[in-house]
Design a binder for this molecule. Structure first.
Ligand code: AMP
Length: 429
């Protein structure tokens, strides 16, 4: 037999990493609850057409796509948003707005595996559907900030832009959507010179080239100053000016809310996914050169899937990358240090009693294992030490007949005899 390995880009998560992934997932779930987001679950396998419709070339070309046995062209979801938009356009179409939806699960992209980039990865996803107002964009930024804070991350920076600014310029220049997307895609890959060449080839004016060049170089952490510069830069392009105003209002709300985040406004920032129509953002930490999170406004997507025109804004947080960042920043997980107990029967005649005692402790909410290897006492205790357990409950015939057991504190190396009815309390204190 060959030695089997995981498929390239796929990973096993051993207990420690699984604990961390679930910790982040649970923090995301509690943040979702605190903002009124309701969790939904959608399939991992969706129709290829749904997923390919608006994914942007980057993601579309990297989908795990195949024909199922019924001959349907399907794919593993590379992101949550199309599934959510599908649900909103169909099953939830008559629900009053806003809808606040939360999902967490695995996604699949045929990316080139490297640190922080896998072919199977996890996201926690928040979507706020039905509002086109800046309050909604601000909320999604604040949800993200709250999550970063709750998992214990530090020094995170929000990179924020607005696709409406550059798109506004290009629309006024008469570029069609395909040409706009091509330019934005090059910018997303930071191929700025190529994007300007593409602009020129599409027939854009000299003024448009100057403005685009200006936007590409324009960034800063002083929000009002950078936004004012953006406004001056796009002067004369009406839609672009409106987009800058929108961005200004969103960021003002975030700052006024008292949410303390570091923001870098980047006028030339584009994101790979084609469906964004407004504010876009990513979150970075200094220890990683890949984004932890990506989000933004997508006002056309629900309509594209046959729903009513429905504005929406959302964010997808990369759970794997948050874990990497937490490891880099040596974040300790809070509230997860539980005492661990092993129940060991001193001989074969007390096996059932040992089982009964382990149930008793589980009923009291204590984490209990049972010795199942038939080890002699010395070996069993040695093994408990090796695995860093806290207590051993030793069930012997003589003590049990007197209603007692022996409790061994493995860390302090102390041993006492405890009455069975007092055992739960003793371990809990
Ligand atoms: P996107 O949908 O591309 O905006 O991605 C949103 C977030 O998902 C990113 O910021 C990452 O944290 C995470 N992510 C995207 N692609 C991958 C990948 N191949 N491996 C790990 N995490 C990813």
């Amino acid at each position: 037999m060959p030695e089997f390995k995981t498929v390239r880009g796929m990973r096993d998560f051993l207990p420690e990493e699984t604990r961390m992934m679930k910790y982040i997932e649970n923090k995301a779930r509690s943040v979702a609850e605190s903002f009124g987001y309701q969790e939904i679950m959608t399939p991992i396998v969706e129709s290829y057409e749904l997923l390919a419709t608006k994914a942007g070339e980057e993601v579309r070309l990297r989908m795990f796509a195949f024909k199922d046995l019924g001959g349907r062209m399907v794919a593993l979801r590379p992101e949550f948003t199309p599934s959510i938009a599908r649900v909103v356009a169909t099953t939830l179409k008559n629900e009053p707005k806003p809808l606040r939806l939360f999902s967490v699960g695995s996604l699949y992209r045929y990316d080139e595996p490297q640190r922080g980039r896998y072919r199977e990865f996890w996201q926690s996803d928040f979507e706020l559907v039905g509002s086109s107002r800046p309050e909604a964009d601000a909320e999604v930024l604040m949800v993200t900030a709250r999550l970063m804070e709750r998992v214990g991350l530090k020094d995170y920076i929000f990179k924020v832009g607005h696709v409406g600014v550059l798109r506004g310029v290009l629309i006024d220049e008469g570029l069609n959507e395909k040409a706009q997307n091509a330019v934005l895609q090059l910018m997303d890959k930071k191929q700025y010179e190529d994007s300007l060449v593409r602009l020129k080839d599409s027939g854009a004016s000299e003024k448009c080239l100057t403005v685009s060049r200006g936007l590409i170089g324009l960034r800063g952490s002083n929000i009002s100053e950078t936004v004012e510069k953006m406004k001056t830069c796009v002067d004369g392009y009406e839609k672009a000016v409106a987009a800058v105003e929108d961005l200004k209002e969103i960021l003002k709300l975030v700052v006024d809310s008292g949410c303390k985040i570091t923001v870098n406004v980047e006028a030339g920032f584009a994101r790979g996914l084609e469906y964004y129509t407004g504010m876009i953002f990513e979150v970075y930490v200094p220890q990683l050169d890949v984004a932890l999170t990506g989000g933004g406004r997508y006002d056309k997507l629900v309509e594209l899937f046959g729903g009513q025109p429905t504005p929406a804004v959302g964010v997808a947080n990369g759970v794997d990358r948050m874990m990497l960042a937490m490891q880099e920043q040596k974040v300790t997980l809070k509230g997860t240090a539980e005492k661990k107990v092993i129940v060991i029967s001193a001989g074969d005649e007390t096996k059932s009693e040992a089982l009964r005692i382990s149930h008793l402790l589980k009923d009291a909410g204590i984490t209990v294992e049972l010795e199942v290897m038939g080890r002699k006492m010395g070996k069993a205790l040695e093994d408990a030490d090796r695995r860093k357990l806290d207590y051993a409950v030793i069930v012997g015939k003589k003590e049990f007949d007197e209603g007692k057991i022996v409790l061994k504190d493995l860390k302090r190396r102390k041993q006492t005899t405890v009455r069975i009815e007092e055992l739960q309390e003793t371990l809990k204190s």
